[in-house]
Design a protein around this ligand. Structure first.
Ligand SMILES: [Zn+2]
Length: 130
């Protein structure tokens, strides 16, 4: 396997000597559109996609794209339910192998419990960027 990779590297050096990043391990060439290359995702993103990329650079997740953080579901550490309104419907899979989902409303204010398993859920106001 390693011998085949070395052979491939040698062939690539002969075939594409002008592509420094490929066969030599040199840094990849600049892909920026201003340099005449292919534009990156950041350079060609517009609208909502651009807002999401900029927020991800800042470490934010305004549209809940990433996996939600896990909470214990106890009264002291309730499951956080982000919402732009005063209530939100929640589906609780009470046990890992359950095939039924228990649906209920979580309202703004105090934490509320799942009627089946008793896990706590708390509604937290979430602001979506304009
Ligand atoms: Zn439950």
């Amino acid at each position: 396997m390693a011998a085949r990779l070395l052979l491939l590297r040698r062939v690539l050096r002969r075939v594409a000597p002008r592509a420094p990043g490929w066969a030599t391990g040199a840094p990849a060439p600049v892909r920026a559109a201003s340099a005449g290359g292919i534009p990156t995702d950041e350079e060609q993103a517009t609208g909502l996609e651009r807002k999401i990329l900029e927020a991800m650079k800042r470490g934010e997740d305004p549209y809940s794209i990433f996996k939600p953080k896990s909470y214990a579901g106890t009264k002291e550490d309730p499951q956080i339910v982000p919402s732009v309104g005063d209530k939100r419907i929640v589906g609780c899979i009470c046990e890992e192998d359950n095939s039924a989902i228990i649906w209920f409303w979580v309202h703004k204010g105090e934490s509320q419990r799942c009627p089946q398993c008793g896990a706590y859920y708390k509604l937290v106001h979430h602001e979506v960027p304009p």
